[in-house]
Ligand binder design. Structure first.
Ligand code: MN
Length: 163
């Protein structure tokens, strides 16, 4: 099975479009129509990525991004926001809330899939870089230093060749 992607989107047509598109590219897409279920579904499904609509009834995607990023368990999952309103400052607000990626509607199929792949690749690179700290017995209460947000994986500053 492909990597798991949770798709939170109230619009039925967009939800189907996103899920069909992701499945066509080998991902396991899980639709969520009601934003109020997003956190619980994310916990159950354990996605590698969350695609998040911003304009939704009951609760906005922006609010959900903040809630996801405030949750220790869900925080590491990259979020790609999708929004129809690309007013000036929108992208900044979405990124400030903690989303790692941003795509505006109507989506370009190619850009959508590329953005998904880029976020998954970046997350995988981060996971590969981060030493396994679980059994490394870090001093109590001393959290591992966090990488600066938005840092590109890879580029520049390659470690010297060991030999
Ligand atoms: Mn919507």
């Amino acid at each position: 099975m492909g990597q798991k992607i949770l798709v939170v989107e109230d619009n039925e047509l967009n939800l189907k479009l996103f899920c069909d598109l992701l499945r066509a590219h080998g991902y396991a897409a899980e639709p969520v129509r009601d934003g109020r279920e997003a956190l619980a579904r994310a916990r159950d499904f354990g996605p590698e990525l969350i695609v998040m609509d911003i304009q939704m009834p009951h609760i906005s995607g922006l609010e959900l991004i903040e809630q996801l990023k405030a949750d220790a368990e869900l925080k590491p999952i990259p979020i790609m926001a999708v929004t129809a309103y690309a007013a000036k400052g929108d992208e900044e607000r979405i990124r400030d809330a903690g989303a790692e990626g941003y795509v505006s509607k109507p989506i370009s199929v190619l850009k959508f899939v590329e953005a998904v792949r880029a976020l998954l690749d970046a997350a995988a690179a981060r996971a590969a870089e981060a030493p396994e700290t679980e059994e490394a017995a870090a001093p109590e209460g001393e959290a591992a230093p966090e990488l600066p947000a938005g840092e590109d994986a890879g580029e520049g500053e390659a470690p010297p060749d060991p030999i």
